[in-house]
Design a protein around this ligand. Structure first.
Ligand code: PGA
Length: 251
């Protein structure tokens, strides 16, 4: 049985005092933790403070990126060990904003996934098509290419631990969420890719989220689908009450 995982992606939002206010306003979710895993991914500048405050409330913390090297001359970058050392468990990799704005390739994302796993971090690997790709019927092909490139040479056990977020690019931050049927259908395609690549057992273990304009009003509907195991939430995760009601959509 896969445990639902509801994750907040704050992106480039919140100063340290704003992050502290969120942590203070967030309920203790330990009583829900048998049924749902809750994760918050703040920017690097408040990662340690948020990890301290939220871990005590039963909420795991994740980073939004890492650099795929142990240490050294990489000005401005942050290593997996640094992230791990402040109590982070997860790391978002392959987000469409990094693919499209910063030009990250599947090969580079693959290096990051390998390093994350080597250091005991669980990647939340994002995949998803643009509007143009969807309109030309390429959704399945795009997601499969991203999965193949990003998970190249990742062994079965590590693949089973990885979380995948299916995030159609056209649904991110637009208020136009994918229909529940479309999200389920593509997520099933993603799961079938795991069946073909790693076998039935791994495919049954891997958790796959939907992301793209998830809100308190639609979270439960996504969670009612057989293959949707969670949500990756941007805009609607910035307020404690809103994020908490999305988390409760998994119950
Ligand atoms: P959104 O972002 O919820 O604001 O659409 C989701 C994401 O980018 O992870």
């Amino acid at each position: 049985m896969r445990k639902p995982i509801m994750a907040a992606n704050w992106k480039m939002n919140k100063t340290l005092p704003e992050a502290a206010a969120f942590a203070q306003g967030m309920a203790d979710v330990r009583s829900l933790s048998d049924k749902v895993e809750t994760v918050v991914c703040p920017p690097f500048t408040c990662l340690a403070a948020v990890a301290d405050a939220l871990t005590a409330k039963g909420i795991a913390v994740g980073a939004q990126n890492l650099y795929p090297a142990d240490k050294g001359a990489f000005t401005g970058e942050v290593s997996p060990e640094m992230i791990r050392s402040i109590g982070c468990v997860y790391v978002i990799l392959g987000h469409s904003e990094r693919r499209h704005i910063l030009g990250e390739s599947n090969g580079f994302i693959n290096e990051k996934i390998k390093k994350a796993l080597e250091h005991g971090l669980i990647p939340i690997l994002c995949v998803g098509e643009t509007l143009e790709e969807r309109q030309s019927g390429k959704t399945k092909e795009v997601c499969e290419t991203q999965l193949e490139g990003s998970l190249k040479e990742i062994p079965k056990e590590a693949a089973a631990r990885t979380v995948v977020a299916y995030e159609p690019v056209w649904a991110i931050g637009t208020g136009v969420n994918a229909s529940v049927q479309d999200a389920q259908e593509t997520i099933l395609t993603v799961r079938n890719w795991f069946v073909q690549t790693y076998g039935q057992e791994t495919a049954a273990q891997v958790r796959i989220q939907y992301g793209g304009s998830v809100k308190p009003e639609n979270a439960a509907e996504y969670m009612s689908q057989p293959d949707i195991d969670g949500a990756l939430v941007g805009g609607a995760s910035l307020e404690p009450d809103s994020f908490l009601s999305i988390v409760k959509g998994a119950l």
